[in-house]
Design a protein around this ligand. Structure first.
Ligand code: HEM
Length: 416
């Protein structure tokens, strides 16, 4: 029988894209690897997934069927080197320390610490907080800072008051949020619209002309403030490091967009779903009784939600995997959500699972660069929520509809 937590998670996935829960649940049957006509190979086994992530001689992230191919059409072919060539190794080496715990903990405390304190205070005062609305702003603020954009840059970017999706629909707005947050809400909507253009790429990552034009317009808008920020960005930001590395401003702008896309929807999705899962599973009571399990609650959130539910690769040379013959030109889809959820339901007392490790962050040389930032942010949000030592209740929830990365539109909570 479906638990309440599972029922909400599946409904949330369906609101994003109606066929998603069926694909991800049935995806387990593909274990270890199974071919689906017109779509390619589906992988539902953690060891096979890791084998593919680590095999750069036969699998690529930049050929048709993988994310790099999509981006090359939007930003330019040069991103191929950034994804897979010497440029990829150099850049990862150059920015590594910016993504380490020392830096991300400091970033979280400095950039979103005040907003998190406000959440604790609002809840303690008996208020209702829309976690979905707050999450959209929190991730906008943190990713902007990581890139090297100041709040003034984001305000200038959206100065003409382009209403984002939430503002336009006039719903879900948390009345206790400040006007300063508005540019970050709009930033989120722009990034999400760009990400949503990825809907429909299951069979092919080649963009149709209308989608391509819109993607380029959004990308240009998002990177408009980069030149000014690039000139003055401090060495402790991604743009600053790009400048030191000699990456020109156009390439740095492309990287800023990639970073914004990688670290916005996924993290906001994990934030909101973490809070819903803790509530729906009743595990918030276990957490209040054992606060030292907070890092486990974060890890379990990432396992069960797996916001990057499917990761694509293309086969560049014939290869045998788990007894199957994969041919050059075929596509591979690693079913991250299916693999991670085969372990079981959300339990904060579940220890680290060596088999899945942290497959929700991918694997091999493309392992998520933002992993530590994600842990820092989710951990801090959970600390803010549990600060009062009392359980919370959900007073209203709505799933966000027609989105590539499923998430909550509204998740209003208050202390019980
Ligand atoms: C819960 C939130 C997140 C999840 C589930 C997630 C998941 C992933 C996954 C699965 C990949 C590998 C994609 C592939 O191999 O094709 C990836 C790559 C990446 N992620 Fe994340 N991510 C999250 C948040 C972030 C954040 C906050 C940032 C930083 C701003 C970030 C930056 C990146 C970058 C730069 C890459 C590319 C790394 C490379 O190619 O070397 N991610 N992420």
């Amino acid at each position: 029988m479906l638990t309440t937590a599972r029922r909400h998670e599946l409904a949330l996935l369906a609101a994003g894209q109606p066929w998603l829960p069926a694909l991800l649940v049935a995806g387990r049957l593909a274990r270890p690897i199974r071919k689906v006509p017109t779509l390619g190979w589906f992988v539902a086994d953690p060891a096979v997934a890791r084998q593919i992530y680590n095999d750069h001689a036969h699998f690529s992230i930049v050929s048709e069927g993988a994310a790099g191919h999509w981006w090359a059409q939007v930003i330019g072919d040069w991103v191929e080197d950034l994804f897979e060539g010497q440029g990829h190794t150099e850049l990862r080496t150059k920015v590594r320390d910016l993504f380490a715990a020392k830096h991300t903990d400091d970033l979280v405390a400095r950039v979103i610490g005040p907003a998190l304190k406000q959440i604790s205070a609002d809840l303690a005062a008996g208020g209702t907080v829309d976690i979905a609305e707050r999450a959209r702003v929190l991730v906008g603020r943190s990713v902007s800072d990581l890139v090297g954009m100041e709040p003034a840059d984001i305000r200038a970017l959206f100065a003409e008051g382009e209403g984002g999706r939430v503002a336009a629909e006039g719903n879900g707005v948390d009345e206790t949020m400040s006007d300063d947050d508005e540019p970050f809400r709009i930033l989120f909507d722009h990034v999400e619209e760009l990400v949503n253009l990825g809907i429909g790429t299951m069979a092919s990552t080649t963009l149709d002309p209308v989608a391509l034009e819109r993607a380029r317009t959004l990308a240009a808008k998002l990177s408009a403030a980069v030149p000014a920020a690039y000139e003055r960005a401090d060495g402790n930001t991604t743009l600053g490091r790009c400048r030191e590395l000699g990456l020109d401003v156009q390439h740095a702008a492309g990287l800023a967009i990639l970073m914004a896309v990688a670290g916005t929807d996924t993290l906001a999705s994990a934030m909101t779903r973490m809070i819903a899962l803790l509530h729906d599973s009743g595990e918030q009571h276990a957490l209040l009784a054992a606060p030292d399990r907070l890092p486990d609650a974060v890890r379990e959130t990432l396992r069960v939600t797996s916001p990057a539910y499917l990761v694509g690769r293309s086969v560049t040379a014939d290869v045998e995997i788990a007894g199957r013959q994969l041919r050059a030109g075929e596509h591979v889809k690693i079913l991250t959500w299916s693999i991670n959820n085969a372990v079981g339901d959300f339990k904060i007392h579940r220890d680290y699972v060596p088999e899945t490790r942290q497959l929700w962050f991918g694997g091999g040389r493309h392992l998520c660069l933002g992993a530590q930032l994600v842990h820092s942010e989710l951990g801090s949000l959970l600390e803010a929520l549990t600060a009062a030592g009392r359980p919370f209740e959900i007073v209203e929830r709505r799933y966000r509809r027609k989105v590539f990365i499923p998430t909550y539109e509204t998740l209003r909570i208050r202390l019980a």
